[in-house]
Design a protein around this ligand. Structure first.
Ligand SMILES: [Ca+2]
Length: 537
């Protein structure tokens, strides 16, 4: 009897443990680079259609209020892994991520997941916490990109977006079938300089893209930062961005210099374009290529979803789509990201899978600090207190926790930096936004209900700022910023550029030995511990 009981207990324990294992869902996280929320049709895009990303919205949840904490590539990726703001994870600008620190992939790996990282990494250090990784060095290239695998580098012929998708499929095909998987599939596209694949380039070549209402923004009420920015469509697109054809005799540094210049007149079909006409032309050229790159990403999402459906993996796989930062589609006259105005602050966030309510549109404020805790929660693993975000799993199930946050805190440091964007921090609530340019001690405040495109800074005119309701809101939001800085332990660690880490997320990557050109299948094999025993940590 005793023996029978003991066998039964063993059986029960085994059953319980295999059941737990079976319930751990696969997680496919598709991430893109610089994909504007308003360049997705499910989010009401006026400029393109993204039928595959829309599938995630129709079959799952689309987050209406999804934000980032620091709207540039490298800091956003460090936050994605750690669930922490830049001042805690040590990546305020384009410096290298210390892979020795605790992060979500390590925890999923030790929690029983087969983990993979494919595509744009842009954290400088070698990925840690992944069974397999194959990543671009720094930004990487669109065409015939070089990839890094543990200790080696290789070239794969073709377009980066398609290759990254194919590597993702290959990862799923070759994964161990007795474990759940966690795959971070990170597209380089649609990052500048927007070099689309041939099929989508042809598709957008002659399209006329509607201009946003604020393309001709004069920045009249926002004198601190916008008038000196260098990310305008009218003045700051280079010949490389505009895909102009160089004179045939230019070579080497002279050719590079020519590509990096910003043309202020252009001859098109025998007509000399200047001023507004030229800016309109630049907008079309930029958007055609940007949207064609987005379309490649959307094609890739479709391919991944089809594969999950065909292999019956869909029923136990949570698919999440997001981007590392927002983006300006000519809004406020801008391209690029950085500024915490709505197009830069908001990012796409969509999720589909078991337990996720189809067609739901959660409106709670979520941000990229929430992704790491969410992955752990979905996997049934403990969320460490060092992570500053909160799992959005209850929101995915359609719940409305009463104590959810009502505001988000943002901080951008990269000043001096690219595009001459002035450093700032701020808060966004359901109705208002307050931005503080701390070096100038200048503020901007917007009523997002009356002025969703942030054209009128309520503090610009003394007469307006003195109004009791404006003054009261200003005080309320300053208090809210102070509260959030305390909550998130932001004591201005990287406020002074002299305090930034001196490392770079852009290499060098000289310690990787070249193994030549490979097919996708050969490349993924090269990133496995089987191909290079002892190399993978
Ligand atoms: Ca980015």
């Amino acid at each position: 009897m005793k023996r029978f009981l003991s066998v039964s207990v063993c059986l029960l324990v085994t059953l319980a443990s295999s059941r737990l294992r079976a319930e751990q869902p696969n997680i496919l996280f598709v991430f893109s680079d610089d994909h504007a929320q308003h360049a997705i049709s499910a989010y009401g895009s006026k400029v393109n259609q993204t039928p595959n990303i829309d599938r995630l919205a129709n079959e799952g949840a689309r987050f209406a209020n999804s934000f980032v904490t620091n709207s540039i590539c490298t800091p956003s990726r460090a936050t994605l892994l750690t669930g922490q703001y830049s001042h805690l994870n040590g990546v305020p600008v384009f410096n290298r991520f210390d892979g020795a620190q605790d992060h979500v992939a390590k925890r999923l790996q030790s929690g029983g997941y087969h983990t993979g990282m494919i595509g744009k990494w842009h954290l400088g250090s070698d990925p840690t916490g992944f069974n397999r990784w194959i990543v671009l060095p720094g930004q990487g290239n669109y065409w015939n990109p070089t990839f890094l695998v543990p200790g080696r580098k290789l070239t794969i012929e073709g377009h980066c977006t398609d290759i990254t998708t194919d590597l993702g499929i290959e990862f799923l095909k070759t994964r161990p079938k007795d474990k759940p998987f966690f795959l971070m599939l990170h597209q380089k596209a649609p990052h500048r300089a927007w070099e689309p694949d041939e099929r989508n380039k042809a598709r957008f070549k002659d399209q006329v893209i509607p201009e946003p209402d604020t393309l001709w923004d004069d920045y009249a009420t926002r004198p601190t930062a916008l008038p000196i920015n260098e990310q305008t469509v009218a003045h700051d697109l280079t010949r490389r961005d505009l895909k102009l054809v160089p004179p045939t005799d230019l070579k080497g540094p002279a050719l590079n210099k020519w590509f990096n210049e910003k043309p202020m007149e252009l001859s098109v079909d025998g007509k000399l374009l200047i001023g507004k006409e030229l800016a309109k032309r630049k907008y079309q050229r930029y958007m055609q290529d940007y949207l064609a790159c987005v379309q490649g990403v959307d094609d890739g999402v479709g391919k991944m979803l089809d594969y999950l459906d065909q292999t019956n993996l869909a029923k136990n796989t949570i698919v999440i789509y997001s981007a590392d930062n927002g983006w300006y589609l000519g809004d406020l006259g801008l391209y690029d990201k950085r500024f915490m105005y709505e197009p830069g602050l908001k990012v796409p966030l969509l999720a589909r899978g078991p337990g996720i309510k189809a067609g739901s549109v959660p409106t709670q404020f979520v941000s990229n600090i929430d992704l790491a805790p969410t992955f752990l929660d979905l996997a049934g693993l403990q969320i460490p207190s060092s992570m500053q975000g909160r799992s959005i799993a209850p929101l995915l199930r359609g719940e409305s926790p009463a104590d959810w946050r009502n505001s988000v805190y943002y901080r951008y440091y990269h000043d001096p930096g690219h595009h001459n964007t002035v450093a700032h921090y701020g808060v966004r609530t359901a109705t208002h936004k307050l931005i503080h340019y701390w070096k100038q001690d200048a503020y901007e405040m917007f009523d997002l209900i009356k002025d969703p495109t942030e054209q009128y800074n309520l503090l610009h005119l003394a007469e307006s700022a003195r109004k009791p309701e404006v003054a009261a809101k200003f005080e309320e939001l300053k208090t809210e910023i102070a509260r959030l800085q305390k909550q998130y332990s932001d004591e201005g660690r990287f406020a002074d550029p002299a305090s930034w880490p001196k490392t770079s997320a852009d290499g060098p990557f000289d310690n990787f030995q070249s193994i030549g050109s490979k097919t996708v299948a050969e490349a993924i094999a090269s990133s496995s511990e089987i191909a290079f025993p002892g190399v993978v940590k």
